[in-house]
Write a protein that binds this ligand. Structure first.
Ligand SMILES: Cc1cc2nc3c(=O)[nH]c(=O)nc-3n(C[C@H](O)[C@H](O)[C@H](O)COP(=O)(O)O)c2cc1C
Length: 267
C-alpha cells in the first residue's frame, strides 16, 4: 500500500481520532473531581458573599467552617429537621437543590397560582445557614432560586438578626445574557441590596425590585432595588423568586418561628 493510499489515510485519521478521544475522556474523568470541588468552593464563596463575610484572598473553606452553621429545615413546619431522618439521599453535606426538587419523596409540586418563581417543584426541606457570634444568631443565609429569561437563577439572600434587613444577595448559577440579565453578577448592583428593608414592622414583605431605577428622594426607597437595564424579564424573575422564598411558600414558617422565639432546636 502506497503512503498516500486512501486506506492508509483513513487508518491514520482513525488512529488520531482514537488517541484524541482517549485523551479527552481521560482528561474529563480526571478533571471532574476538581470541577466538582471548584463548584463546591464557589458555592461556599457565594454563601460568604451573601452574608457579607467574604474578602479577597481568604481561605473560604476555613472561614465557612469557622463561621457558618448549616441546618436543615422543614419548609412547611419551619422546624429544624432531626438528624435521624438523614440518609444517603438526604443529608446536609450532600444536599443538592436540583436533585432534591425532583425527588418523589422529598419534594412537593407547586400549584400554578403559587408558583411565582416559575420552578414547578420545590424541596420539602432546605439547608439554610446561620452565622452566629457567641451562640447568638447574627445573620441567616437562605438559598433561593427561580426563573429568569433564559435560565433558572440559583443564589442566596441573607437577612440580619432583626429578621427584616437584607445583608446581601448573590447568584452562583444562571444562564442570563452577559451585560443584560447577567448583570445580576454586577458587584455594584449586588451591594445595593445590603441594608434594604425586606419586611415592615408587621413582618409583611415589602422588598421590591423595580422595573427602573430607585429614586432615593422618594418614600419607599429603603425597600426598593434598581431593576437591571434592558432586562425586564430577569428583573421580574429576581423580584418574584425573592418574594417566593421570603414568604409563606418558602421560609415564611421558619422566619415566623424564629421571630416568635426560636425553632425546636435552635434557640
Ligand atoms: C440577544 C438578547 C439577549 C437578551 N437577554 C436578556 C436577558 O438576559 N434578560 C432579560 O431580561 N432580557 C434580555 N433580553 C431582552 C428581552 O428580550 C426584552 O426585550 C427585555 O427584557 C425588555 O423587555 P421590555 O421590552 O418588556 O421592557 C435580551 C434580548 C436579546 C436580543
Amino acid at each position: 500500500m502506497s503512503d498516500d493510499s486512501i486506506g492508509k489515510t483513513l487508518g491514520v485519521a482513525l488512529a488520531v481520532c482514537i488517541v484524541c478521544s482517549v485523551l479527552v475522556s481521560t482528561a474529563a474523568v480526571k478533571l471532574s473531581s476538581i470541577q466538582e470541588h471548584n463548584k463546591k468552593v464557589d458555592k461556599i464563596k457565594n454563601i460568604l458573599q451573601a452574608g457579607a463575610l467574604y474578602q479577597d484572598g481568604m481561605d473560604v473553606v476555613k472561614t465557612y467552617e469557622e463561621k457558618i452553621e448549616p441546618v436543615m429545615i422543614d419548609l412547611e413546619t419551619g422546624e429544624q429537621v432531626a438528624e435521624d431522618i438523614f440518609n444517603e439521599e438526604l443529608s446536609i453535606e450532600t444536599f443538592d437543590i436540583k436533585t432534591i426538587s425532583e425527588h418523589a419523596e422529598y419534594s412537593v409540586r407547586i400549584s400554578q397560582k403559587n408558583d411565582i418563581a416559575g420552578i414547578k417543584r420545590r424541596p420539602k426541606y432546605m439547608v439554610i445557614y446561620f452565622v452566629k457570634t457567641a451562640g447568638e444568631i447574627e445573620k441567616i443565609i437562605f438559598p433561593i432560586y427561580g426563573k429568569g429569561l433564559w435560565s433558572t437563577l440559583y443564589g442566596f439572600v441573607a437577612i440580619s438578626n432583626d429578621f427584616k434587613t437584607v445583608e446581601g444577595l448573590t447568584f452562583y448559577e444562571h444562564g442570563e445574557t452577559p451585560g443584560l440579565g447577567g448583570e445580576v453578577d454586577n458587584p455594584k448592583w449586588k451591594a445595593s441590596w445590603k441594608g434594604k428593608q425586606a419586611f415592615d414592622k408587621n413582618y409583611e414583605l415589602i422588598l421590591t425590585v423595580l422595573k427602573g431605577a430607585v429614586d432615593p428622594s422618594k418614600p419607599g426607597a429603603e425597600h426598593q432595588i434598581d431593576g437591571l437595564a434592558g432586562s425586564t424579564i430577569t428583573t421580574r424573575g429576581v423580584d418574584n423568586l425573592v418574594k417566593y422564598w421570603l414568604q409563606d411558600q418558602g421560609y415564611g414558617a421558619f422566619l415566623a418561628k424564629l421571630r416568635s422565639g426560636g425553632t425546636n432546636e435552635q434557640i
